[in-house]
Ligand binder design. Structure first.
Ligand code: HEM
Length: 257
């Protein structure tokens, strides 16, 4: 016989329903950091990173207009906003935003990766049914290499930490920048130039797959919109690869000196 409609709920009916799988996370931060929140954070910070790379590429390509213009651009970056703002204000805002993005992106990736590993449990080894592209599988690896590259790059062209930086590295002064001379000196070392080209390939793989994921995760389901956004993601990665990699190659070939 079924219970009358106005009967008090039984103990079983009062039990809170199970959360959907995306929320079933473990660890101390389980309730505060749902998987969708982490994925959204990664999408936003990754897009900001890709935007930085596109803007940085435009700056880098100024190297083809000669030492004077490239150094003037590096000098302007440090003095933009003066006299209203102190020197280096804009550069420091960019540095802080980028550093926060990197920390959030890497933390999100690490937590999601650990959760996925734990969730797979004893089935982790049975991969035959999983269909993943090679670029997706490589995301953690390319991500770690990019992090290592950024540290090397800062030591090489911003901080001048030897032996990663060239012997002739010159600090910028209050009145002059030496970005062009430092860049040529660095890429005149074949190992450094080849490392930059290799890093650009890994960055292009990471950025193209990352932006593809952003398009999917943010729910671009319309056929045409999806095709356009994926094409933009692919083209961004190709421009970052070809534009940036052309610079060390041009120095090695003696086109830039
Ligand atoms: C061949 C490719 C690249 C070239 C030629 C290049 C060139 C440069 C140069 C010349 C500087 C120093 C600017 C200055 O002293 O004013 C610089 C700074 C920087 N680059 Fe690159 N870059 C390249 C790729 C990248 C990539 C792929 C990333 C990120 C993944 C990156 C991130 C940065 C950052 C964060 C700074 C430091 C800005 C600062 O704090 O002053 N660069 N780059």
């Amino acid at each position: 016989m079924s219970a009358p409609p106005d009967a008090a709920p039984t103990q079983a009916a009062r039990v809170k329903p199970e959360p959907p799988p995306a929320f079933q996370v473990s660890g101390r931060h389980a309730k505060r950091l749902p998987n969708w929140g982490l994925k959204l954070t990664m999408a936003l910070t990754g897009t900001i990173g890709a935007l930085f790379l596109a803007i940085h590429l435009f700056g880098n390509l100024k190297v083809y207009s000669g030492a004077e213009k490239f150094n003037a651009y590096a000098y302007w970056l440090r003095h933009v906003g003066e006299p209203l703002l102190p020197a280096n204000s804009v550069v420091w805002v960019l540095r802080i935003v980028l550093a926060l993005c990197i920390v959030a992106h890497v933390s999100g990736a690490t937590i999601l990766w650990l959760r996925a590993r734990k969730a797979r449990g004893r089935f982790a080894a049975k991969r035959s049914h999983r269909v993943r592209s090679w670029s997706a599988t490589l995301m953690p690896l390319t991500g770690v290499f990019i992090l290592a590259f950024v540290l090397f790059h800062l030591a090489d062209l911003t901080l001048g930490i030897k032996p990663l930086a060239p012997e002739t590295f010159q600090e910028h002064t209050a009145t002059a920048a030496f970005a062009y001379q430092n860049l040529i000196a660095s890429f005149s070392r074949p190992a450094a130039a080849i490392s930059y080209v290799g890093a650009m390939v890994l960055i292009a793989i990471h950025v193209s797959h990352g932006l593809y994921t952003v398009v999917s995760d943010l729910g671009a389901v319309g056929k045409r919109l999806r095709a356009v956004l994926i094409a933009i993601a692919g083209l961004t990665a190709v421009f970052i690869l070809l534009g940036n990699a052309s610079i060390p190659v041009a120095v090695l070939l003696g086109v830039l000196s």
